[in-house]
Design a protein around this ligand. Structure first.
Ligand SMILES: *Cc1c(COP(=O)(O)O)cnc(C)c1O
Length: 365
């Protein structure tokens, strides 16, 4: 077993108790197991500050992208038109999925270190009155920027557009009142802020909006409506469910509750993220995103101004001291990333900053 903690934005470092929950081979049609699924669905709605019957939760096998594609290919057809807001690789992935599904779409591209301008969104909507859906990412994990989904939700409601949000790397780690923010479909996964292990993702949907999509899906296994219908009956998954992952997730939800729910977790993430950025800035390593738009989940750092700096060397140096860092994903700047979601505490931030400081001292001639 590698003895390092993951400072990556999912899969992430989970607790021993979450891992222990997987030591059972559960029967999928057993009532106990179906109850676990139903409890998870209700708990997810509570985290989003909504409830049945107006909102509903659908769990979907696969990684987060499978659920994003399930929503896109089940709710949008070539007769629709989407406005997709893009300021990172995950927004780009949504555009690629729309293209693959032959859904006409308008792109609103922003520079990766900037958020979206409300006036520009109004302009797009006025110029293209056939837009039916607005799609965007909450925390763009590419950079760690936190987009203002509440403001866009307000505009979506004003224009009567369906609003789809990829909240993969934020849901559970920051308050997202789904109804207040006019979100029709929110997507997230087991292995991000709820701190479970990979294996499934989920969609929280406005029930009326999901009901409208019956028969629309163009794939069988990613058919969100059919998946929901099957699960809604008694909690049995349509196809083989990731049983061990589901048990781990149920435990992870209990631990989120024990930490004080979304707010308790948010405070830990925020404090650790602030400490991380402060300590690295003191070492001459600066964040790419302005602190006003920085999410508390993952941070992109610019390479320090030293020609001897080498990310691969620093990665090995820090890994030997117990932490796995994450490479950057930008083409126009040299960067690396540090995620602080998962079982990461103040002492971990102190230790990783110490290790990075020692590495930087070792390359100073
Ligand atoms: C993690 C993530 C996804 C899903 O990625 P998978 O590798 O498919 O789990 C989608 N969007 C965002 C913003 C993410 O952070």
């Amino acid at each position: 077993m590698p003895d390092y903690k993951l400072l990556t934005p999912g899969p992430l470092t989970t607790s021993a108790t979450v891992k222990q929950a997987m030591l059972t081979d559960h029967c999928t049609w057993d009532d106990d197991y179906k109850h676990i699924t139903q409890d998870i669905r209700a708990a997810l709605l509570r985290l989003g500050e909504v409830a049945e019957p107006n909102y509903t939760a659908v769990l979907m096998q696969g990684s987060g992208s499978f659920a994003v594609e399930a929503v896109i290919s089940s709710t949008l057809t070539p007769q629709h038109q989407a406005l997709v807001l893009i300021n990172g690789a995950y927004g780009e992935r949504i555009a690629a999925m729309l293209a693959r599904a032959d859904v006409p779409h308008i792109r609103y591209d922003e520079t990766y270190n900037r958020t979206f301008c409300k006036t520009a969104i109004h302009t797009h909507l006025n110029e293209h009155p056939n837009i039916s859906h607005i799609i965007m990412v909450h925390c763009e994990t590419t950079t760690g920027i936190l987009n203002d989904i509440a403001a866009v939700g307000e505009i979506a409601a004003e224009y009567g557009k369906i609003f789809i949000v990829d909240a993969m790397s934020s849901f559970g780690g920051i308050a997202i009142p789904i109804a207040d923010w006019h979100i029709d479909f929110l997507i997230s996964s087991a292995n991000k802020c709820i701190q479970g292990v990979p294996g499934f993702a989920f969609v929280l949907a406005k029930t009326a909006r999901l009901q409208e999509t019956q028969g629309r899906a163009r794939t069988l296994s990613l058919d969100l409506f059919d998946q929901w219908q099957a699960m809604q009956k008694d909690g049995k998954w349509r196809f083989t469910s990731p049983t061990h992952t589901v048990l781990a997730f149920a435990q992870a939800l209990c631990e989120l509750e024990q930490e004080g729910g979304v707010n308790g977790r948010y405070l830990r993430y925020l404090q650790n993220n602030c400490l991380l950025r402060e300590k690295l800035a003191a070492l001459g390593v600066h964040a790419y995103i302005d602190h006003l738009r920085q999410s508390p989940f993952i941070t992109t750092f610019l390479f320090p101004d030293n020609p001897a700096f080498c990310f691969a060397d620093m990665y090995q140096y820090v890994k030997q001291r117990g932490y796995a860092l994450y490479p950057g994903k930008l083409t126009d700047a040299d960067t690396f990333r540090i995620g602080n979601i998962g079982e990461i505490f103040e002492s971990d931030i102190e230790k990783v900053c110490q290790a990075i400081g020692d590495y930087l001292a070792s390359i100073q001639q």
